[in-house]
Design a protein around this ligand. Structure first.
Ligand SMILES: Cc1cc2nc3c(=O)[nH]c(=O)nc-3n(C[C@H](O)[C@H](O)[C@H](O)COP(=O)(O)OP(=O)(O)OC[C@H]3O[C@@H](n4cnc5c(N)ncnc54)[C@H](O)[C@@H]3O)c2cc1C
Length: 454
């Protein structure tokens, strides 16, 4: 029996039942006034924005921000699991502001409009002889949304997208347009590289890129103990390396990418193996280990060679909710073991594997990787199931290891805890308050993080 990778990562009829939510409303919205509800990708977060504003130019956006006295939340692709976006005031949709603004061959840098989807940026950059240095697991996000939360991929020495931001152009809540980089407005630059959408609306982002490159992608199943023991060594062998330990099982899925000059070899299309997750979720938790071990051992290794932007990203059609924390690299493997043991010991009824990645440090103020390299660990629960009982048990394990929450994923922390984890949180709040004295950009979630009143 052969089982493919995606099927086992996140597939179930229950999740598919959520798919009719489909594209987030933000993605298709360019109506100026609408009372249609907004939902995030997983369908868990909802709000009823009084209007959706989709500017066709930066000037239109600046005029809107200046004239609008009420609350404003920018939205990208709505792929965040934490309530950064929800608002019953105005939603600003950047879909019309997309594409390459400028580029420089000598420094391999390019400026992209903030509404550009990562999926579009790959071919666009390729045409001008550039590629992003690293990418996250999927590519539906917008540039503005991805850097707002320090969205990342994996790889020793490779930072999050925010690490490679060289400049930003920001329309402030009061309608001013500000350019910022390391030399001009350096504090706004450091705040804006991971900004939670709290400083205003970014219209352009400059990136340090590299020349286009190809990656050989490899995925295989291996005993989790072996993967953990060989992790440091394997990170040196593969430029991009991660593993996904199956719950209630002894195996992990390993995903590795190595740079190559070899010929392109497209991935083999996946066959539909039916509702494996549906079947597994009907088994009592205590009976799952032998069944899951049997099934995952049958997963065939796979290999492909593609352009980096295709190799690094996947399509995830089946919806879930996710919590992710980043811990010190030296603590990461102990933390992931403790989570796996806890899931087993408490018989937690969850099926989607964990995800374990490594990310290089950067110096943007609010990046999860600000100041030191980290290992990130994610837990997931299918959309449609209550994730709280599972996430509430695991979150304190992350705290024990001094973990920093991913801004775009579920967490329960507020200013008090976050200010101990992010040494520059108060610097960020100072810049945010200066740019947004009346709190137009705040919703309840952001106000809780920044210790401000809505
Ligand atoms: C299936 C899936 C896979 C994922 N994989 C990864 C992964 O591999 N690595 C990872 O790190 N994360 C991952 N994420 C999380 C995701 O990358 C982040 O939550 C990201 O911020 C979402 O981008 P978005 O364009 O959807 O923005 P949204 O979720 O719409 O918004 C996120 C934040 O950006 C702000 N924002 C959006 N546009 C602008 C703008 N122009 N100016 C200012 N602020 C703006 C919003 O106000 C909000 O605060 C994943 C999410 C999903 C659903």
């Amino acid at each position: 029996m052969s089982i493919t990778r995606r099927k086992l990562l996140a597939s179930s009829l229950l999740a598919a039942a959520f798919n009719p939510l489909g594209k987030t409303l933000a993605a298709g919205a360019d109506v100026a006034h609408s009372s249609a509800p907004w939902r995030n990708w997983s369908g868990y977060l909802q709000s009823n924005p009084a209007q959706r504003f989709a500017p066709k130019s930066e000037q239109e956006l600046a005029d809107f921000m200046k004239g609008n006295a009420g609350g404003v939340r920018p939205v990208g692709a709505g792929h965040s699991f934490s309530p950064l976006v929800p608002t019953n005031d105005a939603l600003v949709v950047l879909d019309n502001l997309s594409g390459v603004v400028a580029y420089d061959d000598a420094s391999t840098t390019a400026v992209l409009r903030a509404g550009t989807r990562l999926s579009d940026s790959g071919p666009m950059l390729d045409q001008i002889g550039q590629a992003m240095i690293n990418l996250p697991d999927i590519d539906r996000q917008t540039i503005g949304g991805a850097i707002a939360t320090s969205t990342h991929g994996t790889g020793l020495g490779l930072g999050s997208l925010s690490a490679y931001v060289t400049s930003v152009r920001l329309v402030t809540p009061e309608g001013r347009v500000i350019d910022a980089n390391r030399n001009d407005n350096p504090e706004i630059y450091q705040a804006a590289r991971t900004n939670l959408g709290a400083l205003g609306v970014l219209t352009e982002v400059g990136f340090q890129n590299r020349k286009p490159f190809k990656l050989k992608s490899m995925a295989w199943v291996e005993k989790t103990n072996t993967v953990i023991e060989s992790f440091a060594e394997r990170c040196l062998e593969y430029e991009h390396y991660e593993f996904m330990p199956f719950l209630h099982a002894d195996f992990s899925l390993v995903i590795a990418h190595k740079e190559t000059d070899g010929a392109l070899k497209p991935p083999v299309p996946e066959e539909d193996q039916g509702d494996i997750f549906g079947v597994l979720s009907n088994l009592p938790v205590f009976a799952r280990r032998p069944v899951i071990n049997f099934l995952v051992e049958a997963i065939e290794p796979s290999e492909a060679v593609e352009a980096s932007y295709l190799a690094l990203t996947n399509i995830r059609n089946d919806r879930f909710n996710e919590m992710e924390y980043s811990v010190a690299v030296e603590d990461g493997l102990a933390c992931v073991r403790e989570i796996l043991d806890t899931v087993t010991k408490l018989g937690i009824d969850a099926l989607i594997p964990l995800e374990y990645r490594v990310i290089e440090k950067d110096d943007s103020w609010l990046s999860m990787f600000s100041g030191s390299a980290k290992a990130s660990i994610s837990i997931h629960r299918m959309a449609g199931y209550d994730y709280k009982p599972y996430f509430d048990v695991i979150e304190p394990i992350f705290w024990k290891y001094g973990g920093r929450p991913h801004w775009g994923k579920v967490h329960s922390l507020g200013y008090h805890e976050l200010s101990n984890l992010y040494p520059h949180l108060d610097d960020f709040i100072e810049v945010q308050t200066e740019l947004d004295p009346s709190g137009k950009m705040l919703n309840q979630h952001i106000a809780k993080i920044l210790n401000r009143n809505v």
